[in-house]
Design a protein around this ligand. Structure first.
Ligand code: HAM
Length: 431
């Protein structure tokens, strides 16, 4: 067999300097989550297939055609073969863990966040991959802990607005809707089915199919010619019962009070079956067709659907790949350069240069260490690519304790006492 091996379609290698941006995003998320008193949960990357069938829903695109599923053969008589699936999302795994570890018995709200890879066999395009990373969080607990309160929904949305601000992502739009209780949704599905009976034949083939199998999904259609028909369909808001209406009104009132702006989007139904009441997405115009930065909502019946106690919850997941794309487009992904490059003049200076690099690195500076066998011209060229400045260390410098420092951006060259070097490099590093 010949030919070079490549990363599998829909998967990618992430390389520096881009990985620095990924790390910065994750650090910012962890910092913000900590301020809202969330703790981290890490669940396995694969789970029993039935977990996703029972939570995300058998009929959804994710479960019916996008999962990586395999039959895991028994290795011993004591084991059974089992159908396993690489997680396509993490809410199901978190709720499974909540039930398995009896977290409901604490009587407290559980506020859990996660960062990690998810897998869906979708058609790859910009912003859509088969392995992608989500940063998500869930708030879940017994009703006595206040898990059903609309304040929880508003708090999660306010946290997201804060997190996007701190990431430096501007220009997003928050779309919110309420899909009501399971009964409201069933009622609305029938109303839609009836309304679609007349118009569906004039719509795209996907809509014709959905009109029969899952009328709610018609609201997701992006085909331009279908839009007038969809806009004229009955709205979910008119099918909500009084409790769901009041819940949604309270979420919006709390957002108004906190000054978080949003748009009501009657067509926001989301592609996972577990949602009840509040659903939301944050979109960004810079992303193109895959414009959802993140999505989420409330899932009050999910725990019971997978055999657990009553445990209403609300959560979200951000597409980390899409956060990176957005920030790169905003040109905030500047290549991270080291604070300084140390150029030893001659191989005899290698050991003293290592000593100097150690001192500076221990002081928290990012240092590139050159090599005394390089000619000065080569040292300058390498330094210019990897660091903001070059520090020259020859015999004279070593003896006098006065070093030559050149700053590339300004072209300025100066003499700096070795005792002052740390302070100077740190000072200008943050400038
Ligand atoms: P989701 O809308 O399926 O929700 O995914 C959330 C986000 O993950 C999307 O808005 C998008 O940014 C990102 N995403 C999804 N698929 C891909 C892909 N193929 N490539 C790149 N990014 C992608 C959920 O997963 C729910 N578990 C969210 C949630 C948490 N709801 C309640 N709690």
């Amino acid at each position: 067999m010949s030919g070079t091996l490549k990363a599998v379609r829909g998967t990618r290698d992430l390389l520096p300097p881009e990985t620095a941006l990924w790390n910065r995003i994750e650090e910012t998320a962890r910092r913000v989550f900590a301020r809202y008193n969330f703790g981290e949960i890490r669940t396995p990357v694969f789970e029993d297939t039935s977990l996703f069938a029972r939570s995300v829903g058998e009929e959804t695109d994710i479960v019916s055609k996008e999962m990586y599923t395999w039959e895991d053969r028994a290795r011993a008589a004591s084991e059974k073969s089992q159908s396993l699936t690489l997680r396509p999302e993490n809410t199901a795994g978190v709720v499974r863990a909540y039930i398995e570890h009896k977290l409901g018995e604490t009587g407290q709200l559980q506020k859990l966040y996660y960062i990690g890879p998810q897998f869906r066999r979708e058609r790859p395009q910009k912003g859509r991959y088969r392995q992608f990373s989500q940063i998500g969080a869930e708030v879940i607990g017994p009703p006595s802990a206040g898990s059903e309160s609309p304040l929880r929904d508003a708090e999660v949305l306010e946290m997201l607005a804060t997190l996007l601000d701190e990431l430096g992502i501007g220009g997003w739009t928050l779309h919110i809707n309420s899909v009501g209780s399971a009964a409201d949704r069933a009622r609305y599905n029938e109303i839609l089915r009836a309304a679609l009976a007349d118009v569906a034949p004039k719509m795209c083939v996907d809509c014709q199919r959905r009109a029969v199998t899952n009328p709610l999904r018609v609201l997701d259609c992006k085909v331009p010619e279908d839009q007038p028909y969809i806009d004229a369909l009955p709205k979910m808001a008119d099918s909500l019962d009084e409790e769901s209406k009041a819940h949604f009104a309270a979420v919006m009132a709390a957002l108004d009070a906190a000054g978080v702006s949003y748009t009501r989007n009657h067509r926001l139904v989301r592609g996972l079956d577990y949602y009840t009441r509040t659903t939301f997405e944050f979109t960004h115009g810079g992303l193109g067709a895959q414009n959802a930065l993140l999505g989420g909502g409330r899932y009050d019946g999910l725990s019971e659907a997978i055999g657990g106690p009553k445990a209403p919850g609300i959560g979200f997941a951000m597409g980390e790949d899409r956060l990176v794309l957005t920030l790169e487009a905003q040109q905030e992904a500047k290549a991270e350069k080291a604070d300084a490059y140390i150029a030893p003049l001659g191989e005899a200076m290698n050991a003293p240069a290592l000593k100097l690099a150690r001192e500076l690195r221990r002081a928290g500076l990012a240092i590139e260490l050159g090599d005394g066998s390089f000619r000065l011209k080569k040292s300058f060229e390498t330094a210019d690519k990897t660091a903001r400045r070059i520090v020259i260390l020859g015999e004279d410098e070593l003896n006098s304790g006065i070093l030559t420092v050149k700053e590339f951006a300004s072209g300025e060259q100066s003499k700096v006492a070795r005792t002052e070097l740390k302070r100077i490099l740190a000072m200008t590093a943050t400038a």
